[in-house]
Write a protein that binds this ligand. Structure first.
Ligand code: RIB
Length: 311
């Protein structure tokens, strides 16, 4: 039987990616190695990550009526994502992200929201009829906050699991959003921004999880980079170690994690195993260049888990 579908409400960007020996300091001009345009955007990346793991996927968002928008839509459709919920916005260009990646696989990203920035509560109408029977709604912070809040409330009322990736980091989250979120997945920087104190290891992550649970979130999953993932559910807390890989480019690794975890939950796996799937999907994504170009398919994730004797 097919797993239930996952809805993603979020951004779609064309990534303009420069590879460079090092990241420039203010005022510095550098000669880079290469330039590429690669489909990205946190929302669309999560959609492609889920779809490549063979879970039915619906994308809701906006692109401009330009060439980038056409390519972004075509790339989602090639990955088997249902794009009927994507509005082509005539008046505004598609979102772009200017990305520099250095030899250490560190990056700088500047996002120009374009059509993503026009998303509002009216766009939630296009996702509402997909809610019945959905396994989850995935949200991020690359579209305006009122739309995120409206979508979370609609899914919560419909009894659909809400998974929020609070990226890019922000600290002005309304309290009524927290109480609609089943799973929140910040990295260490985002967690610190949410709670107002540094988060860098399982002990500080446990304190942060406690604060977020008091605000109304059910389960807190904090991505601690190369060490692993801390998770606190209402019943237990545990740590899932990271997979060690040679990172080439970590752009979209966090999106890959969310897609992998959500797809595993849609397939009925418990949260601990779903986090392992997320960690494997994120690690594999870091071994390849680009955002959507780096996202692994299901066979690759299964083989990787088997090779590492984890499931
Ligand atoms: O999370 C990675 C993404 O962030 C990139 O694809 C870029 O578009 C920015 O949104």
């Amino acid at each position: 039987m097919n797993p239930a579908h996952i809805i993603i409400f979020g951004s779609m960007n064309m990534d303009l990616v420069a590879r460079t020996p090092k990241l420039p300091v203010p005022g510095e001009t550098l000669l880079g190695y290469s330039f590429a345009t690669i489909p990205g955007g946190k929302g669309a990346n999560q959609a492609v990550a889920v779809a490549r793991l063979k879970v039915p996927t619906v994308m809701v968002g906006r692109v401009g009526s330009d060439g980038f928008g056409q390519t972004l839509l075509a790339n989602l459709q090639a990955a088997d994502v249902d794009t009927s919920g994507v509005l082509v916005n005539e008046a505004v260009p598609s979102g772009v992200a200017m990305i520099a990646v250095d030899d250490q696989s560190e990056n700088h990203i500047i996002v120009i929201p374009g059509a993503n920035g026009q998303i509002n509560e009216s766009d939630v109408d296009r996702l509402i009829h997909h809610l019945p029977g959905a396994a989850a709604l995935l949200l991020q912070f690359e579209i305006p906050l009122p739309a995120v809040v409206a979508a979370a409330k609609a899914a919560h009322q419909a009894g659909v699991r809400v998974i929020l990736d609070p990226a890019p980091a922000r600290s002005d989250i309304p309290t009524d959003l927290y109480s609609c979120v089943n799973i929140i997945t910040p990295n260490a920087v985002e967690a610190a921004q949410l709670v107002g104190f540094p988060v860098h290891d399982p002990t500080t992550a446990a304190h942060a999880a406690d604060v977020l649970q008091q605000r109304g979130v059910e389960t807190v999953v904090i991505k601690l980079g190369a060490t692993g993932v801390f998770c606190a559910t209402p019943k237990e807390s545990f740590f899932v170690p990271a997979f060690s890989v040679k990172a080439v480019d970590t752009v979209a690794a966090g999106d890959a994690f969310n897609g992998g975890m959500a797809a595993a939950l849609a397939n009925g796996l418990p949260i601990r195993q779903a986090i392992t799937w997320g960690a494997a999907t994120g690690a594999l994504s870091a071994t390849k260049a680009g955002a959507q170009s780096s996202l692994p398919d299901r066979a690759t994730v299964e083989a990787f888990l088997k090779q590492h004797d984890r499931d």
